[in-house]
Design a protein around this ligand. Structure first.
Ligand code: PEP
Ligand code: MG
Length: 318
């Protein structure tokens, strides 16, 4: 079965009846792009740019960042590249930035909130991305840890002024849906964005109030919890009402059960780790869209994550 999945890996992601679902890869460095494409990735749904800042002892300069983004965009040709602006804080520590310790780092200056405090980090990154976008129309940009409409508008205004400075065109712009408040105001956000990308790792953590790294809570911190799925369903409905699309770049997208349920909820892009690409494509091809829709509707009515997993494993017959 593994062999069959590998052989079919370059077919476009789709259900058995041909409904397209893009299967992309999450990668951190341009050097990983070739491997992702070889695995059948149809693009990059999440480039975690904070990785450029890790395992070194100083901030990567604007030119260095630009070279990395450019290499990634070029390697993908006309396939989409979604670059996420810096998501430092929470579990992603960068010692040389001299950030203050926080009692609740997951609830503090993390992601876009830190970028607002640190234009010395945010502006060079945006300038680097904008310059690359001038030459590579496949570049998309998204902001992490958006929790209010104001967050998004403020980030977009900063981007707009940077684009003007460097003479860059409009860049397809998205927000991560990884805080429950963002899912709940998705209808408002959808008017202003081009796409949403659901970060199920954080959305699960913040919805269930369970630290995503807590070893004793690991089994319960499951994105298949119906409370999390309901927030994703809300997000999809809001996006569709405004003609926007929704992807998922959190871990749930690469898990076979997750991929099926999310597709049934109306997610159009699944961005997963490179080794998961062939298996996710194979799982989609084994199911018809109408069945996945019904499965997702039933998943929403389950009492807990385990019941959702049992339902999906039983092929919706449980
Ligand atoms: C997520 O939260 O699901 C996500 C994709 O972002 P990260 O794991 O980098 O926080
Ligand atoms: Mg996240």
């Amino acid at each position: 079965q593994r062999e069959a999945a590998r052989a079919a890996r370059h077919q476009p992601g789709a259900t058995a009846d041909g409904v397209r679902v893009e299967v992309a890869a999450n990668i951190n460095r341009a050097a990983d792009a070739a491997q992702a494409l070889d695995a059948g990735a149809e693009g990059v749904g999440l480039m975690r740019t904070e990785f450029l800042f890790l395992e070194r002892d100083s901030v990567p300069g604007e030119a260095e960042q630009e070279a990395e983004y450019r290499a990634m965009a070029a390697a993908l040709g006309d396939r989409p590249l979604i670059i996420r602006t810096l998501d430092i804080g929470g579990d992603k520590e960068v010692p040389y930035l001299g950030l203050a310790r926080e009692d609740n780092s997951f609830l503090g200056l993390r992601g876009i909130r830190l970028c607002f405090e640190r234009p010395d980090l945010f502006l060079p990154q945006l300038r680097a991305v904008a310059r690359v976008a001038k030459d590579h129309p496949n570049v998309h940009l998204m902001f992490p840890m958006i929790s209010t409409l104001e967050d998004f508008r403020r980030a977009r205004a900063i981007l707009d002024s940077v684009r003007e400075d460097v003479g860059a065109p409009r860049i397809p712009l998205g927000v991560m849906i990884e805080v429950p408040s963002a899912a709940l105001i998705a209808g408002e956000l959808a008017k202003d964005v081009d796409f949403f990308s659901v970060g199920t790792n954080d959305l699960t953590q913040y919805t269930l109030a369970m630290d995503r790294l807590h070893p004793q809570l690991a089994r319960q911190t499951d994105a298949m919890h119906p409370a999390v799925l309901k927030l994703i369903a809300l997000t999809v409905d809001a996006a569709e009402a405004h003609g926007r699309w929704v992807g998922v770049c959190g871990g749930a997208a690469g898990d076979e059960v997750g991929a099926l349920v999310l597709t049934g909820l109306g997610v159009k892009e699944l961005s997963v780790s490179t080794p998961q690409v062939p298996g996710v494509k194979a799982a989609l091809r084994a199911h018809r869209m109408a069945d996945l829709r019904e499965l997702a509707a039933r998943a929403l009515a389950q009492p807990d994550a385990q019941a959702v997993r049992d339902l999906v494993r039983a092929g919706g017959r449980a």
